[in-house]
Design a protein around this ligand. Sequence first.
Ligand SMILES: NC(=O)c1ccc[n+]([C@@H]2O[C@H](COP(=O)([O-])OP(=O)(O)OC[C@H]3O[C@@H](n4cnc5c(N)ncnc54)[C@H](OP(=O)(O)O)[C@@H]3O)[C@@H](O)[C@H]2O)c1
Length: 225
Amino acid sequence: MTTSMVTGATGGIGSAVVRALAGRGDRVIALGRDPGRLAGSAALPGVTARAVDLRDLAALPATLDGVTGLDALVHCAGTAPVAAVADSPAALWEEVLAVNLVAAAELTRLALPALRARRGHAVFVNAAPGVHGVPGWSAYTAAKAGLRELADALRAEEAGNGVRVTSVYPAGTATELLRRTRAAFGRDYDPDACIRPETVAAAIRDVLSLPPDAQVGEVTLHPGP
Ligand SMILES: NC(=O)c1ccc[n+]([C@@H]2O[C@H](COP(=O)([O-])OP(=O)(O)OC[C@H]3O[C@@H](n4cnc5c(N)ncnc54)[C@H](OP(=O)(O)O)[C@@H]3O)[C@@H](O)[C@H]2O)c1
């Protein structure tokens, strides 16, 4: 049976990915830090929930207990606080880099034997296309730039092991993260004008469903016309 692991499974995009992969019959391990909110995912057929705070690197190995083969590891967890550099203490940088980048690197490292065993696929949900040098968002954009470098290096390193790697760049997607971010930037938030999380999840599911003779390096999702 196809086995997939999804981080950020209590979030807008992550929970949609869990539903999409469970819907195609995967056995899904859903990672989130709030056991109560994870319970919704765990109620789906084939889904097992494991609670973990991604800032706690020592807790990451336990998320892979009993997992010897992994077909997909989908990194959806993220945090995106809005603060100017002048108002960003080291603790903010540490949290944003920990959740968006360091935990993704460490979980991938720990999962590599299981991914190699299945010639599996790592997917990194990155940032909106073209987001660079945004005033008030330096920690987030720095973390996502690092995530792109992580994905690109990993793709080259693991090609010989049959592991595929995809970065996904979704534009504004109707989730709590976007609502909060738009509010912090003083911008309007109309969920109906945004991409739906289910559509991002469908793109990820479709990338994961391709036969192994090709890999999609990057997916960029813009709002429909
Ligand atoms: N929404 C957009 O417009 C958009 C656009 C481009 C890229 N993205 C990216 O898409 C990904 C998913 O975002 P989303 O929009 O679905 O946001 P979301 O609904 O806020 O989900 C974020 C997820 O990350 C989890 N998370 C945060 N800190 C964590 C921690 N310390 N330990 C474990 N889990 C933690 C959250 O858990 P809690 O619920 O416990 O906080 C939640 O499950 C993020 O990487 C984001 O950068 C989003």
